[in-house]
Design a protein around this ligand. Structure first.
Ligand SMILES: [Mn+2]
Length: 428
């Protein structure tokens, strides 16, 4: 059975262009390759969508195209992206083939005549007689529900344990289906312990849903996953034949810094084996240019020429001290990136760090406070004390006149310097 596996479509207000272009290309390709079934393994939307949002209309139109091609299985993804109830509308969408929405733990059989039949309980005790393939569905787990039942402290561990039991519980029905020559497929949305995020970070926390062992224990030939936006896979040759687990990855590149190709998976699943190929989508190119300090426009010009930013999404990031923030010429940077499809300028400002002078508030006289501050900050107090004396005793006009007379700014500067500029203060 040839199954097109799409995931993490993330249709939303800001992501619409990328999501729609990539999914459209993916459906064209799946059509050309003769997909017999389509699986969408969660996060069809990026956030709650109003019915009048253009993203809602485009997503419905694309899924309808899929349903005209072949039977479609849609799985509930992360609740913050795809609020509970989002997928209900797809049950009414229609098409030449039926759409099944899996928003509860269940098994679903695809019949020889292309209909979806869901198990009355969480699994089939007896397979439908005309079943042609068996799908075991585990939608995203609402961790709050687990916490409410198991207690917040034990929720993370309870989640993994319960899912492991659940997945093992699918094995019997999958064995029976395999015995009848049917392809068996698991579909879920969550994190596999030790997988790599789209930013190349290993996911090795304690609150991850699965391990590869617990997924393989379901004894499905193919396990189609969503949630992690980077395509990756695991295979195992065992008693259940050649088993494969794979994240399709997101359909497009929705964030800067995402590594690897984007696309969908075209699976070939039989009773004995599962294989897939990543079919690449025309996801946008993203380029990150990072400066430690104020952006050097010469360096930026060279980089832009070298990286070919035309048509790409470019992010320029820099880190500057608070006092240098105003000196960054954002317009000049934007002009250099005029050929890019999208630009994002991100400035990170390092706040001025001040040393705390303990007990300073208990000193009654301003001179003593200043002396104490100067001691803690390792600053020569004398010029500052002179300034303070001038401020308290002289008229503003006289101070200004004297400064102009001296023709120097040193004392004025000394008075506003902070601990990070000690050396200059000492000179002052
Ligand atoms: Mn996602």
């Amino acid at each position: 059975m040839r199954i097109a596996h799409f995931s993490d479509l993330h249709f939303g207000t800001k992501t619409l262009g990328e999501a729609d272009r990539c999914l459209a290309a993916a459906i064209d390709r799946a059509t050309a390759l003769g997909a017999q079934v389509a699986v969408i393994s969660g996060d069809a939307t990026d956030h709650a969508l109003d019915l009048h949002a253009p993203a809602a209309a485009r997503l419905l139109a694309q899924v309808r195209r899929l349903a005209d091609l072949c039977p479609v299985l849609m799985l509930q993804g992360t609740y913050s992206h795809e609020p509970a109830g989002t997928l209900a509308v797809f049950r009414c969408l229609g098409g030449r083939h039926p759409i099944h929405v899996a928003d509860r733990i269940e098994q679903v059989a695809l019949t020889g005549s292309g209909r979806w039949v869901a198990s009355p309980e969480w699994r089939f005790e007896a397979l439908p007689t005309d079943a042609a393939a068996l799908f075991s569905c585990v939608p995203a787990v609402n961790k709050a529900t687990v916490a409410a039942t198991a207690g917040a402290a034990d929720a993370a561990q309870a989640l993994g344990e319960q899912l492991a039991r659940l997945l093992a519980g699918f094995a019997r029905a999958n064995r029976r289906a395999r015995g009848a020559g049917l392809p068996t497929i698991g579909v879920s949305h969550g994190t596999v312990f030790g997988c790599l995020s789209e930013h190349g970070v290993p996911m090795a926390g304690f609150d991850h849903e699965f391990t590869t062992s617990t997924l393989f224990a379901a004894e499905a030939q193919a396990f189609m996953l969503g949630h992690i936006h980077r395509h990756q896979s695991w295979t195992r040759q065992g008693l259940a034949g050649r088993q494969a687990i794979a994240y399709a990855g997101s359909i497009g590149r929705f964030h800067f810094g995402e590594e690897g190709e984007k696309g969908f998976l075209l699976w070939e699943v039989s009773a004995e084996a599962a294989h897939f190929v990543l079919e690449v989508t025309p996801a946008r190119r993203t380029i990150d240019i990072v400066f430690e300090g104020r952006p050097d426009l010469e360096v930026l010009r060279d980089t832009v020429a070298r990286l070919d930013v035309a048509g790409a999404s470019v992010r320029v990031r820099w880190t500057v001290a608070e006092e240098d923030h105003a000196g960054v010429d954002r317009d000049a940077i934007a002009r250099m990136l005029a050929g890019a499809a999208q630009t994002k300028l991100e400035s990170r400002i390092v706040p001025v760090v001040r040393t705390r002078a303990a007990g300073i508030s208990r000193l009654a006289r301003m001179e003593d406070k200043l002396r104490e501050w100067a001691r803690v900050s390792q600053v020569n107090a004398e010029p500052l004390l002179a300034c303070l004396a001038a401020l308290t005793q002289a008229a503003p006009e006289d101070i200004a006149a004297r400064l102009l007379e001296e023709g120097g700014e040193a004392e004025v500067e000394g008075a506003v310097l902070d601990a990070s500029d000690r050396s200059e203060a000492r000179e002052a």
